[in-house]
Ligand binder design. Structure first.
Ligand code: GRF
Length: 212
């Protein structure tokens, strides 16, 4: 069975969907450990409730980003994971970290990439009067939110929607597509090669696997 390590910073609703998918067999793998850069992250409680070791590291204990990431890498590597999953991990990764987990590092970003990399994506979609928004699962590269997209889910934006309504609609989709993509990876169907995401030995187009 494949081993996952999940990195979080907050609520951990995506972590919960991954834990649930492992428990139900939808992901043929297990979460070996959860790490957070915030000791108060509710996701740590979710992990412990599921019997998964959960640890927090404080940035203030380290002189710089590289030192923080070195410690994090050592702790992750002690679990020997097949895949490292960023699930609401709100900290910029050092190049050394990205290089170390190259081809086995996934992220979920709440926009239809390449639209709206970075923060406040829901707010930007609303401010721009977009009719649709969504979320993207992608492999992580050195470019912030710029690695190859694997799968996106689209949601409509309705008149009168506020940020909270859109966030809830997007997260509902995230909880479906992230476990699905992780499942593909652990089954050996998904890989990153030549800077592209491949599913069943086919390179995926820039918007990832078609899904509406
Ligand atoms: C998700 O919306 C994800 O797209 C973004 O951060 C949020 C994390 O939510 N990267 P949660 O902690 O999984 O509830």
């Amino acid at each position: 069975m494949k081993k996952l390590v999940v990195l979080i910073s907050g609520n951990g609703s995506n972590l919960q969907s991954i834990l649930d998918a492992c428990a139900s067999g939808r992901i043929n793998g297990s979460v070996a450990a959860v790490f957070s850069n915030k000791a108060t992250a509710f996701g740590l409680t979710r992990a412990r409730d599921a019997g998964v070791p959960a640890h927090a590291l404080a940035a203030s204990d380290f002189p710089d980003r590289e030192a923080f990431d070195r410690q994090l890498m050592a702790a992750i590597d002690a679990c020997a994971p097949d895949l490292v999953v960023l699930a609401g991990y709100m900290r910029i990764l050092s190049s050394a970290f990205v290089a170390h987990y190259q081809d086995r590092l996934l992220n979920i970003h709440p926009s239809l990439l390449p639209k709206y990399p970075g923060l406040h994506t829901h707010r930007q979609a609303l401010a721009n009067g977009d009719a649709e928004h969504g979320t993207s699962v992608h492999f992580v590269t050195d470019e912030l939110d710029g690695g190859p997209v694997i799968l996106q889910a689209r949601v409509p934006i309705f008149p009168g929607d506020d940020e909270e309504a859109i966030t809830a609609r997007v997260q509902h989709q995230e909880h479906a597509i992230y476990p699905l993509v992780i499942g593909w990876f652990v089954e050996g169907r998904l890989a990153m090669r030549e800077g592209k995401a491949w599913l069943d030995n086919q390179p995926l187009p820039p918007q990832g696997y078609a899904n509406d």
